[in-house]
Design a protein around this ligand. Structure first.
Ligand code: ASP
Ligand code: MG
Length: 403
């Protein structure tokens, strides 16, 4: 069997954890499997590197950020290979250049285009455990890129697809995918399995257990994933195409504080304005989430939308530079907002899910600022200070707690 195993930053945070992971890898290797390991940067390394950068320059270019952040993963893979050497097993660490992990050129948010598998295959044939840097790639300019925060999951899935692996295991510091973040909702329940579509929504909406692109790739290439703990031996959550015949009405509640609302005030109430605004943002690789347009009054209207907070300053700057062309009066930015979402495949055939969610928020005295829905999710934007209370209230309303 060829197994791809990915370990997150907390799973390799210190010497003990590195050896704990090395021993788990070893178990699979000793059974005669080919093992490819993908690692994140140790512990809070990536956050620390970001802080270090901001000390030097509060607005560093994305290219230089990627140059800096890729060092974190390189440390992890080298240390893991050394630990395996010490345990007497042949291992080799490889970075994105050595593998040749080709991505698009968008720094800090690149997408994997193609992976050369030759080097990896050769190392496996030589009976080596191959340890690969997560999160990083190489673009057409021969520069490092990164795949966005949490992107090591995507590296693992892309490798599993490219190598036609028999299993793709994502190890983390929780035991799987829960109905809500167990730190916020202590009686949240671990799901045995979840569909790609539901997982994709949860990941996109702020459940931090998997990078959303990794789920997209897994669905595209039909890579079945298992999310499980690197510390506890227990069944994890399986992410796959079909889940049980009985579709869950709601399978989880996700929250995301990393969101900012931007409003463009007083634009002309005429065709083409929304097109100009959002194509401008798209051209600059800024993803927009919930969009709300006010009713026109005296020939003008307001358009507001949310973006990931890291892109807010850039979005504001771009809009301000184009304010005249957009016929806008001013741009406002509100950062103390958060999204809370419910996700469930069963929603499609069940009325009343939105009402249940809104009632729970009303009972908790929480005001809704924006709403967005799709076939399998409902998202509300609320004050950031209310986010935990809202998550608990909604989780309770849908009776998702552990029995
Ligand atoms: N080290 C990167 C991050 O902290 C990538 C990852 O952990 O997946 O976002
Ligand atoms: Mg992660």
């Amino acid at each position: 069997m060829l197994i791809v195993k990915k370990f997150g930053g907390s799973s390799v945070a210190d010497k003990e954890r590195v050896y704990n992971v090395a021993n788990r890898i070893l178990e699979d290797y000793k059974k005669g499997n080919d093992v490819v390991v993908v690692l994140s940067a140790q512990g809070k390394t990536t956050d620390q590197l970001i802080a270090k950068a901001k000390e030097i320059n509060p607005n560093p270019s994305r290219r230089e950020m990627d140059m800096l952040l890729t060092t974190g993963e390189q440390i992890s893979v080298a240390l893991m290979a050394m630990a395996l050497e010490k345990l007497g097993v042949p291992a080799v660490s490889l970075n994105a250049f050595q593998v040749a992990m080709h991505t698009t050129s968008v720094y800090s948010n690149a997408r994997i285009k193609r992976i050369d598998t030759e080097r990896i295959t050769t190392e496996l044939e030589n009976k080596k455990i191959v340890i690969i840097t997560g999160f990083q790639g190489v673009n057409k300019f021969d520069d490092y890129t990164t795949l966005g925060r949490g992107g090591s999951d995507t590296t693992a899935v892309a490798l599993a697809a490219a190598l036609h692996a028999d299993a793709c295991e994502i190890y983390t510091d929780v035991e799987g995918v829960y109905t809500a973040d167990p730190r916020v909702v202590p009686n949240a329940r671990k799901l045995e399995e979840i569909s790609y579509d539901e997982m994709l929504e949860l990941a996109t909406l702020g459940a931090k257990v998997l990078h959303n692109r990794s789920v997209e790739l897994a669905k595209k290439y039909n890579v079945q994933l298992v999310v499980l703990s690197s510390l506890v031996v227990a069944d994890g959550t399986i992410v796959k195409e079909e889940t049980k015949v009985e579709k869950m009405l709601v399978s989880g509640v996700a929250a995301d504080k990393n969101t900012t609302r931007i409003a463009v005030m007083g634009v002309k109430d005429e065709p083409g304005i929304a097109f100009k605004l959002f194509s401008l943002l798209a051209k600059n690789n800024i993803n927009v989430d919930i969009i709300l347009q006010s009713i026109g009054r005296d020939g003008t209207k307001d358009i507001s939308f949310t973006v990931a907070s890291d892109f807010a300053a850039e979005a504001k700057q771009i809009i301000e530079a184009n304010l005249a062309r957009l016929s806008g009066e001013k741009v406002t930015v509100e950062d103390n907002v958060a999204k809370v979402s419910v996700v469930g495949a069963g929603m499609q055939t069940n009325a009343g899910v939105a009402a249940t969610m809104f009632e729970a928020l009303y009972d908790a005295g929480i005001n809704i600022k924006m709403i967005s829905t799709s076939e399998i999710k409902i998202t509300v934007l609320i004050d950031e200070k209310d986010v935990n209370e809202a998550t608990q209230a909604v989780h309770e309303a849908f009776k998702l707690a552990r029995k």
